[in-house]
Design a binder for this molecule. Structure first.
Ligand code: SAH
Length: 356
């Protein structure tokens, strides 16, 4: 359990029920105490050990002294007047900031979480990666984003997408533990089928994930149809070719029986021609992929522009003509620092101004 040590203390909310039982057993506690404690943290979502009322005073004192019990501080909430989307900025115990988004859809409430503070993947159009990677999030810190939002809204979270800041496959072990905890029947019990993880395409980790045989949806950020074009947008393309990515996708489908989604951000003049659409069809057809088109959300640090309406429509039509299952990602919360990493950046800039 060394993986879950934070400043030499065990990050108790990152442990599975089995691990928590083992840990507490080592302190002479009965197994049912672990179950009670686990439910307080992961089902009743308490943020202070004093609220764990069926545990003794001595136990609570031991808990307080021995463990790191994480929770997030809500720094800012922005609510969209257009569609009810809410964007949250949270502060972690060490002062770092992460953002998460709450979206209401017809099929349920969805939370998009971050998996790292910053990111080191360097995708050219993405705001999260501009200052590089600060640190990985612990499983508890990924859970906390969902817990804090469900307390704030008072509503059940039915869907989770790991599509905020960070590359989940670059924080693989913590990401996987997070999935185990969030789908656990003793916790929030979110169905694996309602979870989507998005990756820029770290092939060995995609293969490892396939072997876990989970029912989560894997979304691949493809964004280009040739290695040459992809390299211009995503540095990770220098490491893994599209051919290797397609093999890894086929392997994921074979191992899990789940369909893959390709994410494709349309960048004006870079990847939005009819030829691009046709090449994308060639890649998606054999795998039967779903394609999610995202009109690129321009960030001021880069000069990428969104494809115009005509190009987007033509691109979508071309895919549909070839019976590819395609959706355009509705731009939720356009009025509230929409793109990944923008809220955190704009807040950090304001704080810098206050200091000087
Ligand atoms: N690291 C993961 C999650 C990143 S964010 C990944 O790469 O998939 C989720 C999606 O949003 C990715 O497809 C990412 O490429 C895309 N994205 C990031 N910034 C964007 C922007 N400014 N406009 C459009 N899509 C963006």
């Amino acid at each position: 359990m060394e993986q879950f040590l934070v400043d030499e203390k065990l990050d108790i909310k990152s442990l599975s029920l089995e691990q928590l039982t083992e840990e507490l057993k080592g302190r002479g506690e009965k197994a049912f105490r672990a179950k009670q404690c686990y439910e307080w943290m992961h089902k009743k979502l308490v943020r202070d050990v004093e609220e764990m009322s069926n545990l003794s005073k001595d136990f609570r004192q031991m808990f307080r002294e021995s463990y790191e019990f994480t929770s997030l501080k809500m720094v800012r909430v922005q609510e969209s007047k257009l569609d009810g989307t809410k964007k949250f900025l949270f502060q972690l115990r060490d002062g770092n900031l992460v953002e998460s988004v709450w979206m209401k859809y017809k099929h349920g409430n969805s939370v998009c979480i971050s998996s790292q503070v910053g990111c080191r993947m360097g995708c050219r159009f993405c705001a999260s990666t501009l200052d590089g990677l600060e640190r990985n999030l612990m499983p508890s810190e990924m859970l906390d984003q969902i817990y804090a939002i469900s307390i704030y809204t008072g509503e059940r979270v039915s869907n989770v997408v790991i599509m905020g800041s960070g590359e989940p496959m670059d924080n693989y072990d913590n990401f996987l533990q997070f999935i185990r905890l969030i789908t656990d029947g003793n916790g929030l019990n979110i169905s694996a089928r309602n979870i989507t993880v998005s990756t820029c395409g770290i092939v060995p980790k995609m293969r490892m994930l396939a072997k876990e045989h989970l029912q989560i949806t894997l979304a691949l950020s493809l964004h280009a149809t040739t290695d040459e074009k992809r390299k211009k947008l995503m540095p990770i393309a220098n490491k893994y070719s599209i051919a290797e990515l397609m093999e890894a996708c086929a392997f994921y489908m074979e191992q899990t029986g789940r369909r893959i989604t390709f994410e494709y951000s349309l960048v004006g003049g870079q990847n939005d021609t009819e030829e691009d659409a046709r090449e994308l069809i060639e890649l998606a057809k054999p795998l039967g992929c779903h394609i999610n088109l995202i009109p690129v959300n321009p960030i001021k640090e880069r000069d990428y522009v969104q494809s115009d309406e005509k190009h987007i429509k033509r691109f979508k039509k071309e895919l549909e003509k070839n019976r590819i299952n395609v959706t355009i990602r509705r731009e939720m919360g356009r009025d509230i620092d929409g793109a990944c990493g923008q809220l955190r950046r704009s807040h950090m800039k304001q704080e810098e101004c206050k200091e000087c």
